[in-house]
Design a binder for this molecule. Structure first.
Ligand SMILES: [Zn+2]
Length: 581
């Protein structure tokens, strides 16, 4: 029987009623948004009916909105076929306090409240924000074991961020989901607003164009608009990746990499160093990933930047006292990690032998930025910790955590002579890894019987680390038993992946990810581990576990206990005095 046909009319009415009662009108910024006084943001009202512009009464704290803000709204009579929309672009509020914004039409009513906060006076000259992308607690612990050693229960040294005076646990969830990606988590740090997975610098609305969602201002934009400070962006991923991108860009889709490259140029940041050269060269040049003929490398040059393409050029140009603006790209894609660069020479190291590492990019950035007497904001991302946690390659993640520690040490040395510097080191989200014991090749039996736990674990026998903090051998007879808690099907080899980054799963004919057979061929005793993630996941995924933040310098005392990721922005702008009239 065809029910739809015989009861057509009542069903239509019912669903219309349902739509009204379920989908309420929406205002962005969302309920309970915290907004820095004097920062720019867009207000968007989305109605579920098509109305004429005069039919909406929009009020801010009980007054017609036009009496409080001078911006004229953009009115879209029927946005994406879902109803009328009002957008007020680049709004700036001039008084701190609670704001209540409401909208009424003949059919709908909606109201949200915001907290508009002022900042204190400027207390620091410089802020250096280190992001250990995806750095979970076990990454730190494994890096400390490998780098410093441990004897009779005591570590023989500390990572550079271990002894900072302030520590906080950071909640990383987004406005849409418990589990964040690197775009919305970094966006919370750089704007103080929550957003959704894959978005940066915008609230995710119903707009169909990625670039027209309601925007919020980033800390780099605030600094450029309100101060004479310099801005630096350093990452060992592609520079268009989510974390460096969220310092400057406003898009609903982090995959808009050409747009993000354009925004990096438009940002006016004085120092930009990292990978991702493929998006800076015109499409006609070899290896370019652009869809137009724009040559951003030339554009940087003609805008007064020194352009560097190798480690040698980077070190030479940053040492030159006349260099005030520096743009460097050293790899078409993500750069190589320290385990490959210094020891194994795998992945793309032989193709790109002249890459600098994060320490060299950090010291060059600080050297150039500190030539500005007005101070600087520098973001440094150790991106590869996350890139190696995803494919369950804990040794590579540990080596890049050691590299992050070395980069942080450079910032600490700078802060010794420049104590007016706030240094923050934090993951943007976590991964699921954990250390469960020690794998001992001498123990008899199948591979899993070689895992020593409790008293049976004892200690691993990695050689003492070199001056940079790296042990020169990882395939030792007693290794950390490091296991991830979420994964696709894969083979657990309990051995470091000496021939290149681990590829735990590959797609089968029906498009599902299954264990990569390469590893059972390499290690015949490897254990097949049935995945606990959906079969469309090729690697491990981010977790909602708290991220551990460390900080030192003026303002760092505000980091304590559990904090939301948007509060990291608050501490930075408060200490920089960016929200003062
Ligand atoms: Zn991340």
């Amino acid at each position: 029987m065809n029910i739809t046909k015989s009861f057509k009319l009542p069903i239509v009415i019912f669903s219309a009623f349902l739509a009204n009662s379920v989908i309420a009108a929406v205002i962005y910024p969302i309920q309970d948004a915290s907004i820095l006084l004097g920062s720019k943001f867009d207000i968007k009202l989305e109605l579920n009916h098509v109305i004429s512009q005069e039919d909406a009464i929009i009020e801010l704290n009980g007054l017609p909105i036009s009496k409080v803000i001078s911006t004229k709204p953009e009115f879209i009579s029927n946005e994406v076929g879902k109803g009328s929309t009002f957008i007020y672009r680049d709004v700036e509020l001039s008084k701190a306090g609670k704001y209540q914004i409401s909208a009424r039409t003949p059919q709908e009513k909606v109201e949200v409240t915001w907290d508009v906060y002022a900042s204190g006076p400027r207390r620091v000259k410089n802020v250096i924000l280190f992001i250990g992308d995806g750095m979970t607690i076990a990454n730190r612990t494994s890096a400390r074991v490998l780098s410093k050693g441990i004897s009779e229960g005591k570590y023989q040294g500390r990572l550079a961020f271990d002894d900072m005076p302030s520590t906080a646990m950071i909640g990383t969830s987004g406005s849409d989901s418990l589990i964040t990606d690197s775009a919305n988590s970094m966006s919370a740090y750089t704007t103080g607003h929550k957003t959704a997975v894959n978005a940066m610098g915008v609230y995710v609305s119903r707009a169909s164009d990625n670039l027209s969602h309601p925007k919020v201002e980033t800390i780099a934009e605030l600094i450029k608009r309100k101060t004479k400070m310099s801005v630096g962006i350093v990452a060992d991923s592609e520079l268009q990746d989510a974390t460096p991108g969220a310092v400057v860009a406003h898009t609903r889709r982090r995959a808009d990499k050409q747009y993000i490259a354009d925004q990096l140029f438009a940002s006016g940041a004085e120092v930009i160093l990292g990978g991702g050269s493929a998006y800076f060269y015109p499409q006609s040049s070899k290896g370019s990933k652009r869809k137009d003929e724009k040559n951003l490398v030339d554009a940087f040059k003609s805008n007064g930047y020194q352009v560097v393409l190798t480690k040698q050029e980077l070190l030479a140009e940053s040492a030159n006292k006349n260099t005030k603006k520096l743009f460097g790209v050293f790899h078409p894609d993500n750069m190589d990690g320290s385990l490959d660069r210094f020891f194994l020479k795998k992945n793309t190291v032989s193709q790109y032998p002249n890459q600098p590492d994060l320490t060299e990019m950090t010291s060059s950035a600080i050297e150039v930025l500190s030539r500005n007497p007005n101070g600087f904001f520098l973001m440094v991302e150790a991106a590869l910790i996350d890139k190696f946690n995803h494919p369950l390659d804990w040794e590579r993640a540990a080596f890049d955590t050691i590299m992050l520690s070395n980069a942080v040490q450079i910032a600490k040395e700078f802060a010794k002579t420049h104590p007016d510097t706030l240094i923050i080191v934090t993951p943007d989200h976590t991964h699921s890894g954990s250390i469960s014991g020690v794998v001992n090749d001498e123990k008899p039996g199948a591979l899993r019987e070689k895992v020593g736990t409790y008293a049976d674990a004892g200690y691993p026998n990695y050689p003492k680390a070199d001056v940079k903090g790296y042990p020169n051998q990882i395939d030792v007879s007693k290794r950390l038993a490091f296991f991830y808690g979420n994964y696709p099907d894969h083979y657990e080899t309990m051995h470091p992946k000496l021939d290149g980054t681990f590829v735990p799963a590959i797609k089968n004919e029906s498009g599902k990810y299954i264990a990569n057979p390469k590893y059972i061929q390499l290690h015949e005793d490897a254990i097949h581990v049935g995945g606990n993630l959906p079969t469309n996941q090729e690697t491990g995924v981010h977790t909602a576990d708290d991220a551990v933040l460390n900080a030192m310098g003026p303002g760092s005392e505000k980091f304590k206990g559990f904090m939301d990721n948007t509060e990291v922005f608050k501490v930075m702008v408060d200490t920089l005095g960016l929200g003062r009239k």
